[in-house]
Design a protein around this ligand. Structure first.
Ligand code: PLP
Length: 449
């Protein structure tokens, strides 16, 4: 109502912005001209000055069922008053087991042992540690190397930035990255595959680089290979046709675990529960977070093949801890309650199928931007899309930032990374939302120079 709206605006104008050190943000630039939301519902945010902004990125690739779903809000509120917290170290509570069973139901067959964390970064570090512990438990403790990929994003833990391949995220910490890591080349080639719709036909051979790296180090020293099946944060990189299958074959051949980081692709982004299911390629470990509970409260997880769990647990001591790893908030009751409520919504509303149905319309709309000023590539799969712009001479990133700002001022929140605009809308979107998003982006591209 008007009274609370006026109060919100006044509070926002009086807000002290100095204390909050904002993550992955240009703090000086933001604080000079802040962009603040106060409410969200369905496809839309409301800004503190009462503008409706359509969410073209599902928050941060995470609010797959749309904002402020009542069932999730109730589940959280009920659980917080019923039992706020219980440990899962040598104790338990039923929701932790129910959430694990529920998540396991939508994982690829056999990947039904679920380890909970609180974020994608923690899920990644958990998966890397599980991989190392698994080889050790099998008597192959010499397998300590990890292979990531250039432009990979696996969160911000020391493990995640070490296997990750985003230079800016590593530079300041480069002397302290974990040792024994190598990187495959990124799969993006604008030269060979610009404006591909869906998976590019070019590039499967890049998986053979893994063989080259393995030969260099000797495959018997390598524990795991980690990739995002579709890379989001580095600017929407779609795997070439056949590429993931080839990675799987090479890992299997050499007894190396394949980890898919599905923090973005998990829970419907590509029109299936997981990218693994979408591509028909099953990893050994799979990381997830974000949409696991519609991002209503922090939660992450690792799905492990049963054999990995069995190897570590059965080789452990009879009555002792088998894996020395975990978080105070692993399977936090409130997060677990939110997870169950979110999974109910995904199933009841068939949102993964809905994403698959909307994907062709999304694809057509995003590729319709071809020919607009400075557009040098457009990439998409499922409900993920990227539009790469020519960079301004000597000022990389500024053109996409200006386009992002133009969109925001005109009621659309997109994301930008470098000079790439990224899109990953909630799966509940309809055609009118697609029109609104891409007509605004088109206007932005024509307005920025
Ligand atoms: N892995 C991938 C593929 C991601 O996209 C992200 C976040 O965007 C992460 C890991 C890190 O997740 P979080 O920010 O929850 O730590």
């Amino acid at each position: 109502n008007n009274v609370t709206d006026a109060k919100h605006l006044q509070q926002a104008q009086e807000l002290d912005l100095s204390n909050f050190w904002m993550p992955f943000t240009a703090n000086k630039q933001f604080k000079a001209a802040p962009r603040l939301f106060k409410k969200a519902k369905g496809m839309y945010y409301t800004t503190v000055d009462d503008r409706q902004v359509i969410d073209a990125v599902a928050g941060l690739w995470c609010v797959n069922a749309g904002h402020c779903r009542e069932e999730i809000a109730h589940a959280i509120a009920n659980q917080a008053s019923e039992m706020d917290y219980a440990p899962t170290f040598q104790m338990g509570h039923p929701l932790a087991f129910e959430a694990a069973s529920r998540v396991a139901e939508v994982m690829p067959a056999g990947m039904d042992r679920i380890f909970f964390a609180n974020s994608g970064s923690e899920a990644v570090d958990s998966a890397l540690k599980i991989a190392l512990a698994y080889h050790r438990a099998r008597g192959e403790g010499q397998r300590t190397r990890l292979i990531g990929r250039e432009r990979g994003y696996h969160g911000v833990g020391f493990g995640g930035i070490s296997v990750g391949g985003i230079v800016a995220n590593r530079k300041a910490f480069s002397a302290n990255l974990i040792p024994g890591v190598d990187h495959m080349p990124a799969t993006l080639s604008i030269e060979h595959a610009a404006f591909s719709r869906g998976q590019p036909a070019w590039g499967a051979h890049l998986a053979d680089e893994l063989e080259r790296i393995l030969n260099l180090h000797d495959p018997s020293t390598v524990a795991a290979v980690i990739v995002e099946p579709v890379a989001g944060s580095a600017g929407v990189l779609i795997p070439p046709q056949g590429y993931l299958q080839r990675l799987r074959e090479i890992c299997t051949k050499h007894g190396i675990l394949l980890i898919f980081d599905e923090v973005i692709t998990g829970f419907g982004r590509l029109g299936k529960a997981t990218a693994s299911e979408y591509f028909g390629v099953t990893p050994d470990l799979l990381t997830m977070a974000k949409a696991i509970n519609n991002a209503a409260i922090p939660m992450g997880a690792v799905a492990a093949k049963r054999e990995i769990y069995d190897t570590i647990v059965n080789n452990g001591p009879a009555n002792g801890i088998e894996l020395f790893h975990g978080y105070t908030y692993s399977a936090h009751p409130v997060a677990a309650a939110a997870c169950l409520a979110a999974q109910d919504i995904y199933e009841r509303e068939a949102l993964f199928e809905r994403a698959a149905q909307m994907a062709p319309k999304f694809e057509a709309a995003i590729h319709d931007l071809k020919g607009e000023p400075y557009v040098k590539d457009i990439r998409n799969l499922g409900l993920v899309g990227g539009v790469e712009l020519e960079s301004r001479e000597g000022q990389p990133g500024t053109r996409a930032y200006d386009a992002f700002l133009h969109c925001f001022k005109n009621g659309v929140m997109v994301r930008f990374t470098g000079d790439i605009l990224a899109f990953s809308p909630p799966l509940i979107l309809d055609e009118s939302h697609i029109d609104q998003i891409f007509s605004t982006v088109r206007a932005a591209l024509r307005a920025v120079h």
